[in-house]
Design a protein around this ligand. Sequence first.
Ligand code: NAP
Length: 446
Amino acid sequence: MQHILDAIVSGEASSEDFANLEIPDHFRAATVHKDEVDMFEGIPSKEKDPRKSLHVEDVALPELGPGEALVAVMASAINYNTVWTSIFEPVSTFGFLERYGRESELAKRHDLPYHIVGSDLSGVVLKVGAGVTKWKPGDRVVAHCLSVELESPDGHNDTMLDTSQRIWGFETNFGGLAEVAMVKANQLMPKPEHLTWEEAASPGLVNCTAYRQLVSKNGGAMKQGDNVLIWGASGGLGGFATQYALNGGATPICVVSNEEKAKIVRSMGAELVINRSEENWKFWNEEGTQQNPKEWQRLGKRIRELTGGEDIDIVFEHPGRETFGASVYVTRKGGTITTCASTTGYMHEYDNRYLWMNLKRIISSHFANYRESWEANRLIAKGKIHPTLSRTYTLDEVGQASLDVHHNLHQGKVGVLALAPQEGLGVLDEEMRNQHVDAINRFRGI
Ligand code: NAP
């Protein structure tokens, strides 16, 4: 891989030079193994250790199909889906790969005894498959993680509705936590050139998700003046939701769990911040069987104290079972709860009287369509939305990086270097970087 890295770092290799580079038939990648999916059986979730299940090993280069691209990955990032894959919850991802493999002759390539994980990347195109004209070897790119076939009409207005919609690196193989990744060419987007490789790789999945969930008309359709309650406001999704709320003239009400995180969201410009550890809400009883509406009311009262008596227009939901009843309660009449996840449990319970009598709406959201992904990346490239990278690990440390996210020990996003030998490389637009350097570094070293 050294010759590929040399070509990238030199900055002098032409597209033709890249096209002529020999691509090794093996590369290093972070994988989970099919014969280990039962390794954590009987162990509580929090004790399942990604350092045991994630391997960094040599894997074979996949055969490139039509419409696809092989990318030399300079950097990637940890997403919560890497945690889910590595603890085999709520299901093993090998089921996804088997189902995909049954779809076509070409898709069979994904059904392997190992799963190369990772749904973000920044890097350089090495090779494109038949029919690809927009991208060529040498292009500096990031990739979004929406993989679709688009053969059915269902996804023609909104590519997320395609019947074959998959999250690359989670429901497909050949993900981004590797030296080489394989994507569909229409996942590729230009790398924002004021960012390093690891900064550019880190927004992808969560930025696009937050954009659809909060901004897009397919999600919350947030408008100026909206009060937006953001759970985990300095986390992966929340760090972007907070930026979108502030950029769009809304008022974020940021919930975080400690003062460090409160400091981060304040430094982003959020004024209304709630430390949930201090408030110590007990939405559920000890056994987790019964909710206490008085605690929902206590949250509602706190929100009104902060907003000067106003309620929430949009709740940015993802913790799930733990918070959902409270989220439905505190939303104003006619307001919206947008949900894209259930980190604390997917069997939600809420009092439906508060929903229907007050004409509230629950909107489901999942990743982002092609266009939304492009818009979300465009905002990064224009310096209107910034990466939230706090720490970067090497590929060999991918297990530890995932454990940190699993245990909520991180801030914002956690990056992973793949081919990049060190942090700080890859910036072409220094002038623009200098304009935004404080915002880019906001989450660093905290
Ligand atoms: P993350 O970086 O871990 O951030 C989640 C934040 O939620 C944490 O930082 C934490 O913030 C907060 N939180 C955790 N437990 C909580 C609780 N019991 N009550 C209130 N807040 C709690 O993860 P993420 O990347 O934002 O992802 C969050 C979830 O969304 C995951 O389940 C992930 O799989 C899912 N997701 C779904 C999509 C999709 O397309 N459907 C896309 C991205 C992510 P504090 O400790 O500061 O409160």
